[in-house]
Design a binder for this molecule. Structure first.
Ligand SMILES: CC(C)(COP(=O)(O)OP(=O)(O)OC[C@H]1O[C@@H](n2cnc3c(N)ncnc32)[C@H](O)[C@@H]1OP(=O)(O)O)[C@@H](O)C(=O)NCCC(=O)NCCS
Length: 187
């Protein structure tokens, strides 16, 4: 890791977003959807997200609403010198909820979605800190495991997840963005 990246990691603050953050939630999400590296990452599109009214973002920032899969959500952000540089969201879904593929959730679970780090801060270790904070949140909710879905071609994300303790569960499926695999780690 470069020295500059190490310094970045040291000063990144990880915190949960609040309703008042809705404009920054929107701006980071739109930046992520415009990033060519997210073509195999997100189900939403820039055009769709950019057309959403302010109320959509207010509700999303307040905790859940606007997520593709329902349930409660906690969005965490990494802040460096006042700039929002990265984010993850933990969805806590109950048995019987409908997931993003339209399938029933078999048991209460915590799923990691919306994982994004601005290109300027990749390789800094901030993603690992965001994931650890997400795992801590899931543990606070009484869950023992954090799961996620990742595109089979998204090698960088898979490597980052492995580094943070995720392993493939063996479940593979084809979703709206193509072939994906499920990974999980203890919280
Ligand atoms: C996924 C993402 C959050 C990871 O954050 P990051 O800071 O880039 O991740 P890290 O640098 O900590 O780890 C990436 C790992 O992939 C490796 N890597 C880098 N480029 C790679 C590539 N093209 N192919 C395979 N591995 C690669 C790195 O060496 C590192 O592995 P290591 O820890 O064993 O050295 C970030 O790249 C991102 O925002 N990507 C676009 C959005 C996205 O794909 N989100 C995930 C949706 S499931």
């Amino acid at each position: 890791m470069e020295a500059s990246a190490q310094r970045t990691q040291a000063v990144a603050e990880i915190r949960r977003v609040t309703a008042d953050d809705w404009q920054r939630v929107r701006d980071l999400r739109l930046a992520a959807l415009r990033d060519p590296d997210t073509a195999v990452a997100f189900l939403d599109t820039y055009e769709h997200a950019a057309s959403q009214p302010d109320e959509f973002w207010r509700r999303r920032a307040a905790g859940a609403v606007g997520s593709a899969a329902g349930g409660d959500a906690a969005q965490l952000v990494a802040v460096v010198d006042g700039e929002w540089v990265g984010t993850v969201t933990v969805l806590v879904q109950d048995a019987g909820d409908t997931d993003h593929l339209g399938l029933p959730v078999p048991e209460r679970r915590a799923t990691l979605v919306g994982v994004y780090l601005r290109p300027t801060h990749r390789g800094s270790g901030i993603t690992a800190r965001l994931i650890d904070a997400a795992a801590a949140y899931a543990a606070e909710q009484g869950l023992t495991e954090l799961t996620l879905d990742v595109h089979q071609d998204n090698a960088r994300a898979q490597a980052a997840y492995r580094r943070s303790g995720f392993v493939p569960t063996g479940r593979e499926f084809t979703g709206p963005i193509g072939p994906e695999l499920e990974m999980a780690r203890p919280v």
